[in-house]
Each structure stands twice: as C-alpha cells, then as structure tokens.
Design a protein around this ligand. Structure first.
Ligand code: ADP
Length: 500
C-alpha cells in the first residue's frame, strides 16, 4: 500500500478517521469488500493518495440489497411509528451538527472545496435536510375521494414506501447529495443502498458511522464505496431493488435507465445542465455582476445548475464582463484547507483535463479569454483558474456542452433580440436552472414563464432550501429532489375502495 500523506492542517480527529481501515456499512456491520479489494482516494490539492477504501462489486451490492430487502420485508421499519422515524432523522442531524468541523475538514480534504464553504454550506445544509425530512415523516398522508360512479362507496388513498431504493451519488457535494437522497427515502419508510462517488467517499463513510450511532435498525441504510461500473451498474440493474435514484451526468443517467428496465424499477434522475443567466440593461449591475460570477464560480463551477451561459444586454455587456472578469482574476486559488482559499482544485485529474480541454477547444474555435485561461500557475494539484470566454457562437462545444468547471461563456444580445432571448436560453438539451437579472417585474415573470427549466431565480442564483423542489426539464432529469415533491419519488399511492 502506498504511503498515506494527509494534509497537516487537518485536526488529529479528522486525520485519525482518514487513516482508519475503512469499512462499508452493510446490514448493520462495518465490512470490507467481499473480494478484499480497495481503491485509492486522492487529495485533489496535491494529487497524493490519502486513503484506501473498499471496492464494492456485484457480490457486495447483492449483500447490501438483500440486507435492505430483509429490513424492508420484515416490516419493522415500515411499521415503526412515523414519529420515531422522524426522531431518528433528527438524531442523525444532531450528530452531524455536533461533528460540523470534522465533516467540513473531510469534505475539503477529499473534494477540494474551501473548508469555510463546506462549513457554512455543505454540512449545515445536510443537517437541515435531515431535519426537514424528519418533519415530513409524520405528514405523509393520503386523501378521501368522492366517487361519481356510485354513492355507496368509501374511497381513500394511502401513501406507502416504494420499497428498497438504490441511490447513486456524485462527487461535487458528497455529503449533501447523500443527505438529499437518504433523508426523504428514510422519512417515507424505504430502506436504502447508497453508493458513494468513487472520488469522494470519506464523508459518506463517516456518515455511515453516525447512522449506526443514531440507532437506525440493521439493513435500513447500507453504504457502499465502489466504482460506477463495478458497483453502480449492478445496483441499478438489481432485480430486488424497487427504485433507483441517481444524480450525475446525463450520459450515465441514460445507462441507469437502461439498467433499470429488467424489473422496471422506478427511476428518478438529477442530471446535467447548461444553465443561462440573463442580465438585462436595467439590472442592478453590482448585484448582477456579483451574482452571475458566483453563479458560475461557486463550488468551482462543479454544480449541475452552474450559470455557465451568461447572456448580457449589449448596453451593459462590457461592464458586466469586466466585473465578472475582475472577480475571476481576484479569486484566490489555494488548497481548500488553506484559510486563504476562495477556490480549491477540481476534484480529479480527469475533471482537470476535461475542463482545460474545453477551455482550449473554445480558444481553438475562436473564443477570446476575458479572464483566466487554461494555465493555472499552481505548482501541483488539479487547479483551474476561473475563466470568462467571449466571442463565442452558439454551435461551439463550450456553449453547448456541460463543462462542469469554472468556465462561463458571455454572450451579448441587443434590443432587437429581447424577444428571442428566451429561445436562446432554451437552445440546449438541458433544462435544470436559470437566472434572470432585471428590475422590471413583468419582464422577470415573462422570462420565468418562458424558460424551460426546473428552477428560475430572479436577481439571485444558487438559492437552495430543503423546502424547494429542484430538478430538471428535458435531459436534465426525471422527478424532483427536496420539498414536499420529493416524497412522490419514494412513495406509491394505493387507492382503497370500500362498498358500504
Ligand atoms: P461525473 O461524470 O460527473 O463523474 P458520473 O455520472 O460519471 O459523474 O458519476 C456519478 C455517479 O454515478 C458516481 O457515483 C459513479 O460511480 C456512478 N456511475 C458511473 N457510471 C455508472 C454506471 N454505468 N452505472 C451506475 N452508476 C455509475
């Protein structure tokens, strides 16, 4: 096994966890992979290996699914008082909150994001998601329905858990994505097999320990580490899984749908995006500049809802591009655990190459670099400078494809094109999110109505709340996460009719 190098800035507690002999949670026990295989986890700020974790494959997936199946079919979890299920979710939230700094350090070390961001965003939002969904556990109700076919019937609906759920999550918000997935499934009474992203397994493995500590019954939550093809694919295909919930690339989303056809399990998907931010000439410019810069640079652009196409009215185009460019140039690149860091490295060498490749392809196709560019200037680690491209055209790869990095294409539009701007914003296979920047109320609502996306932000971007549904139109996905609406993903509706 290679020498393990952990960042000296992490606390001894975090370092202790990182250097443990990592185990997955299956059927209430902490286990190695059936094959005994492990795979390396990297610090993206240095490229060093920091840990080795079990490499789950089909046999491990099968064991975890059988455990979740037993935990569902024996009925104890489903019959547990909803208030008790809610209490367990609250207890998990409390434990997570108690270990806020440790989770923020782990997330920063493993994913690369600044510690300060993980501490104020990833971890508290995860805590909030468990609490919010814990509240729903007691409020999953049906309705009584008057029938027109005859008076002498009494009909009502009940909402029942969909069963065993396979959940596959990405690396951009490792803990938060685990919370978005686990919390509603558990509130609804499902049992779960969660597969963490291979790039970022550490917070999920630590969460598994808290799940055990909180007292969830064995088999209710199973947590696996493994690669997409080795562990994700058999989970999506498994016949004893009733539903698969996936967050990741649109390309893999399509594979999940195919894998799910064997037993026609239910599928929900939260996929990619190429979200437009539209700035009109009457926008409050300071707010629009700061907001659209944050829309693309937050989390290093590794957000499915990143505002990666910036449409700006020509009257204010130069000002906005200059402002966003200045913010880009001023952002301090440093390892996430460095207190001065405003942007850490991308998550992996693969992502680094992909994002730099996009910047280079844009330049080769004639785009101009208004800020940033393909060379980070950093000695080591997978850093990419926040980059603003202008002089693009709608057919360029950088305008059409999801880059998933801190790269924005700024495009001017004229008065004559105002009516067409909605059409241009919609000119993508995606439909996840968008933002509109204007003080004109009616224009804001008109654009909001016309945009084919699951989220429209007005004079803001990246505002998330456990109570707000989030998900995509078109190839950005199926179904919604969060809010009351996510409960539909994890319940079946049963109609009961009684002849009186
Ligand atoms: P990205 O391209 O951003 O890395 P992916 O869509 O490849 O995102 O990965 C998101 C999640 O999907 C990860 O947990 C990954 O292991 C998993 N995954 C990748 N390929 C497959 C597959 N063929 N079947 C199931 N899961 C997969």
């Amino acid at each position: 096994m290679a020498t393990i190098a952990i960042d000296p800035r992490v606390s001894s507690r975090t370092a202790g966890f990182v250097s443990t002999d990592h185990r997955m949670l299956v059927d209430g026990r902490f286990v190695k992979a059936a094959s005994g295989k492990t795979f390396p986890v990297y610090n993206p700020a240095t490229g060093d290996v920091i840990a080795h974790v079990p490499e789950a494959e089909a046999e491990d997936v099968n064991r975890a699914v059988l455990a979740a199946r037993r935990a569902f079919d024996d009925g104890a979890w489903v019959r547990m008082a909803p208030s008790e299920r809610g209490r367990l979710l609250w207890k998990l939230a409390d434990l997570l909150e108690k270990n806020l700094d440790e989770f923020a350090e782990l997330e920063s070390l493993d994913n690369g994001k600044p510690f300060a961001i993980a501490r104020v965003a990833d971890v508290p939002y995860s805590v909030d998601m468990f609490r919010y969904m814990g509240g729903w556990a007691t409020k999953i109700t049906g309705s009584t329905i008057p029938l027109s076919c005859g008076y002498d019937f009494h009909s009502y609906t009940v909402r029942e858990p969909v069963g065993v759920v396979g959940q596959i999550i990405p690396w951009n918000f490792p803990l938060l994505m685990a919370a978005w997935k686990l919390a509603p499934a558990l509130a609804c009474g499902c049992t779960v097999v969660l597969k963490l992203a291979e790039q970022t397994p550490l917070t999920g493995l630590r969460l598994a320990q808290l799940i055990d500590e909180a007292g969830f019954p064995p088999g209710v939550v199973n947590v696996l580490t493994g690669y997409g093809e080795g562990a994700g694919a058999p989970l999506a295909a498994h016949d004893m899984v009733d539903k698969v919930a996936f967050t990741g690339s649109t390309e893999v989303g399509k594979l999940i749908v195919k894998a799910a056809t064997g037993n026609l399990k239910k599928v929900t998907l939260e996929l990619g995006g190429k979200s437009p931010a539209i700035v009109f000439a009457d926008a409050k410019l300071e707010q629009a500049v700061a907001g659209t810069a944050s829309a693309i640079f937050f989390n290093h652009g590794q957000c499915c809802c990143a505002g990666s196409r910036l449409y700006v009215h020509e009257k204010v185009f130069d000002q906005v591009v200059e402002g966003v460019g200045k913010i880009a140039e001023d952002i301090k690149l440093a390892p996430g655990l460095d207190p001065s860091s405003q942007m850490g490295p991308l998550v992996s060498d693969e992502q680094y190459r992909k994002v730099v490749g996009y910047i280079e392809s844009g330049i080769a196709e004639g785009a101009q670099v208004a800020a940033g560019g393909p060379v980070s200037g950093m000695e080591r680690g997978w850093f990419v400078r926040p980059t603003v491209l202008t002089n693009t055209n709608p057919r360029m790869k950088v305008v059409q494809e999801e880059i998933f990095g801190p790269v924005v294409c700024a495009v001017p539009f004229s008065d004559a094109e105002i009516d067409k701007i909605i059409q241009r914003a919609n000119d993508t296979v995606y439909g996840l999110a968008s933002s509109v920047w204007t003080q004109n109320l009616s224009l804001a609502h008109k654009v909001a109505r016309g945009i084919r996306a699951g989220t429209v932000w007005v004079n803001c971007h990246n505002v998330f709340d456990a109570s707000l549904p989030f998900g995509g139109y078109k190839q950005s996905g199926w179904g919604r996460e969060m809010g009351e609406q996510v409960l539909n993903n994890y319940t079946e509706t049963k109609a009961v009719t009684v002849a009186l």
